[in-house]
Design a protein around this ligand. Structure first.
Ligand code: ANZ
Ligand code: ZN
Length: 797
């Protein structure tokens, strides 16, 4: 009887003791670097993890079997907020919480038989990881790739703390319910915008290797737009401001200007009597809202009671402040053309502003390109031509110029929290900001985490230090880094020899292993993580750490695991715990179910009966295998076999043929599993011992990456070997005694027919004409061509 527990713990021990899953340092071998995104140590693994790692493990085991040198590491993305939340809620130290979770999850993952390298296991909160992360930070800082600037953060006045976006609920603090305000604070920024164009250009390299949807998301996030920036003068103040537009062709439809609440002109107006107190209060309220809140609420505006001069018609136009204008895009000011822009239209309708049609159209707003009307000398031009001409007119007049804008913003990495990698900077009142010389700068353990303020700020000694330059009393930076900083280079760290991990951030061996050949993870990381990692790769290349331009050669985004139609989550109470599945059915059943239930890219609906089906299949495979009378099968005489045996072989080799395609291209593991099931059914009717032995050897070989324990066990039992050889396709299996051929007339497929494989060409053509007689009536045959083993092509007049 199949005993999953016994078999699985036996094989896990064999694999572990034999260090089977450590990559070799024979760099002459062809390599495959298979990486599933590393988990956050939240406490227990969930079905999403099982799916993610079952896919990666199947690929890793497949390539090992094919003779590749395989790197398949695992780590933990172990800094971040949940550890601090646990500290606040359960008064447990974040470090303790994190490392206990890691220990537990490690056990869970190993109990699934995943073939991770043990020597490369890392947690990003390890001191040694922090040390080299701070080194990378320092190199970037020196290269000008990291800088500081003032920026808006969410601030709770009651808790005296900065809040992450997800800690702001309906504009209120998640802990105390106080209204959240925007506060300007110094922060550290990574100059990812310096690489905007390259990040866009090299998406080309990833075409057909990454899901196209992800490429589009990256492209939109970078958001390149070509447009025009021009200046306008204000009538009532001796001031001007710039606007950015991608639609210079609609300039004659301009009917008002809209400014971001942060625009300098708005601040200027707040100091005058041009608007009343009530209007001023409303503006300040807008300024205190986060960009997110502003964008989620309806369009709101306040008339500033000033006018700006249209650059071509000299008409004075009203200037408003509006919540939909972004402070940090373009110049934080919009030339509003309500007839041809949705947002402007909504806004103008609400506040009764002028709407002027300047592109030929039926209904407003009309936002496409078209033919210009009501636009003086530009009437009749199409939009694209008009844009060029209007931009060149504006630049001739010295009012404007062509500019390229990116939506991509520099990446703010300062977090005012404890459980993160400290930013290695010292602030000296004489010398300014200086890099720490002694790395790593580690977190003190004796902190009290209450949710109020930044624990590092309040610590008795962490801040105290001497300036490395003038030796004056100085203070250590208390910001820690965004956890995305850690996940932006872990893959390069894995690629370095662990024996060098205490010597450098990334060693030379990394260039052998990089890039990641197969990267597997959730679609939720389609934008930020992948973009930051791509940026890091390029920056690390320019800093001399690595050679390649792109970190992930291929990307597979796995679908979600659902139950009753919605994502499995604790809050919905629809979690299925992998541990329970493993203890009831075993790891192989869990792996088989998850890879069989749906193609990996698609959503997977949980199904208890399919899980039991997977278990039954393994049982059948096991029971049947042990009844075999195994013999050597090198010399099967195919043509002498009985019909059932031939058919069984055909099914076995069909599965084998499909396997390469599945593991290297389509990842449709469900289809290869189905093919093995079919083959196994066919083998039920087979009688020949050689055929049966061969069939089981091949099926166990194909399925080993998916259900490794039971396949290893049976291979050992039956064949006394690891059964990891490469079975060759035997063409004779596919040649049947009969041929199925097509008849095509003037290139159109018309019919099919069957002839004996021994038939001559003449006989075949004669038969084809007979079958195709209906289409040959009253036609003259010009040509007859027999395409070997495929079809007869008849050309008629
Ligand atoms: C006039 C106009 C007319 C516009 C029209 C669009 C349609 P993309 O293409 O996404 O880059 N814009 C400029 N700065 C902005 C800001 N800080 N906040 C919000 N919107 C801003 O968007 C460029 C367009 O977005 C610009 O072109 C501008 O509106 C608006 F029929 O100018 B347009
Ligand atoms: Zn100093």
């Amino acid at each position: 009887m199949y005993n999953a527990k016994e078999i699985e713990s036996k094989w896990q021990k064999i694999w572990e003791d034999g260090s089977f899953y450590e990559p070799s340092d024979d760099f002459s071998k062809e390599k495959k670097y298979i990486l599933s995104m590393f988990p956050y140590p939240s406490g227990r693994i969930h079905m999403g993890h099982v799916r993610n790692y079952a896919i990666g493990d199947a690929l890793a085991r497949y390539y090992r079997k094919k003779g590749f040198n395989v790197l398949h590491p695992l780590g933990f993305d172990s800094f971040g907020m949940p550890a601090e939340n646990a500290a606040i809620k359960h008064s447990i130290h974040p470090r303790k919480w994190t490392y206990e979770n890691i220990d537990y999850m490690k056990k869970e993952l190993y109990s699934l038989g995943f073939s991770f390298s043990k020597k490369r296991l890392l947690a990003t909160s390890d001191a040694i990881y922090t040390k080299f992360e701070q080194e990378i930070f320092s190199k970037m800082y020196e290269a000008g790739l990291i800088y500081t600037k003032k920026a808006q953060v969410n601030w709770c006045e009651h808790d005296k703390t900065v809040l992450a976006n997800e800690q702001v609920e309906d504009g209120k603090c998640w802990r105390c319910g106080n209204e959240v305000v925007q506060k300007s604070m110094d922060g550290y920024y990574v100059k990812i915008t310096q690489y905007a164009q390259e990040l866009l250009d090299s998406l080309e390299e990833l075409k057909d290797k990454w899901p196209s949807q992800v490429l589009t998301m990256q492209e939109n996030w970078i958001g390149k737009s070509k447009g025009c920036e021009f200046k306008v003068k204000i009538k009532e103040l001796d001031k001007e401001f710039s606007v950015f537009t991608t639609r210079a062709d609609t300039i004659f439809g301009l009917s008002y200007f809209a400014l971001a609440p942060e625009n300098d002109i708005v601040k200027e107006v707040l100091n005058t009597n041009l608007i009343d107190e009530k209007a001023k209060e409303e503006i300040i309220k807008l300024q205190n809202q986060s960009t997110r809140t502003r964008q989620q609420s309806e369009k709101i505006g306040i008339n500033l009671n000033i006018h700006a001069i249209h650059p071509l018609t000299n008409e004075p136009l009203p200037v408003w402040v509006a919540n939909f204008v972004l402070a940090d895009y373009g110049s934080g000011a919009v030339m509003a053309v309500p007839a041809h822009d949705e947002r402007d239209y909504e806004f103008a309708s609400k506040y009764n502003l002028n709407i002027k049609k300047v592109i030929e159209c039926e209904n407003l707003p009309f936002t496409n390109d078209g033919i210009l009307i009501n636009s003086n000398e530009f009437n009749g031009l199409n939009s694209s031509k008009a844009r060029d001409e209007i931009i060149s007119l504006l630049s001739k007049k010295n009012i404007g110029k062509e500019v390229i804008n990116y939506k991509l913003r520099d990446w703010g990495i300062s977090r005012q929290r404890y459980w993160g990698a400290p930013i290695p900077i010292i602030n000296c009142k004489n010398c300014g900001k200086l890099l720490e010389k002694q790395l790593p700068v580690l977190l003190p353990d004796d902190v009290s985490i209450t949710g109020e303020g930044n624990p590092l700020e309040k610590h008795h000694s962490f801040k105290k230090c001497k300036c490395p330059k003038c030796n004056a009393d100085a203070s250590r930076e208390t910001d820690t880094m965004d956890t995305f900083f850690q996940s932006s280079w872990y893959f390069a760290r894995f690629a370095s020899n662990p024996l060098n991990w205490d010597k450098c951030a990334i060693d030379k061996e990394a260039n052998y292993w990089m890039n990641v050949d197969e990267y597997i993870g959730g679609i939720e990381h389609a934008i930020l993580h992948l973009l930051y990692a791509r940026f890091f790769q390029k920056a690390l290349r320019d800093l001399g750490y690595l050679k390649y331009d792109e970190p992930f050669a291929k990307l597979l985004t796995q679908g979600m695991v659902l139950k009753d139609g919605s994502k499995m989550s604790k809050s919905k109470g629809n979690i299925v715990d992998p541990d329970e599945i493993i203890s009831k059915y075993g790891a192989d059943t869990a792996r088989l179910f998850i890879l069989f239930a749906a193609p990996p890219q698609k959503e997977l609906e949980w199904n208890d009966s399919a899980l039991e089906g997977a278990f039954r299949f393994i049982n059948r495979l096991y029971d049947r295998a042990l009844t075999l009378n195994v013999c050597s099968f090198d010399d099967i005489n195919h043509s002498a076999l009985a019909k059932e045996d031939k058919y069984a072989r055909l099914k076995v080799y069909e599965a084998l043929k499909k396997a390469d395609d599945v593991f290297t291209k389509t990842y449709a593991f469900n289809t290869i599993i189905a093919a093995c099931m079919e083959a196994l059914n066919a083998l039920n009717n087979a009688k020949d011992n050689k055929v049966l032995s061969e069939g089981f050897a091949i099926i166990l070989n194909i399925l080993e990456p998916i259900i490794p324990h039971v396949c290893s066990e049976l291979s050992k039992e039956l064949f006394d070997c690891a059964n990891n050889k490469n079975y060759e396709i035997k063409e004779e299996v596919f040649i049947s005694d009969e041929l199925k051929l097509g008849v095509s007339i003037n290139g159109k497929n018309r019919a099919e027919f069957i002839v004996a494989a021994s038939a001559t060409e003449e006989e075949i053509i004669a038969k084809a004409k007979e079958v195709g007689a209906k289409w040959l009536e009253q036609k003259q045959i010009v040509k007859e061509i027999y395409v070997l083993n495929k079809l007869v092509n008849i050309v008629v007049k």
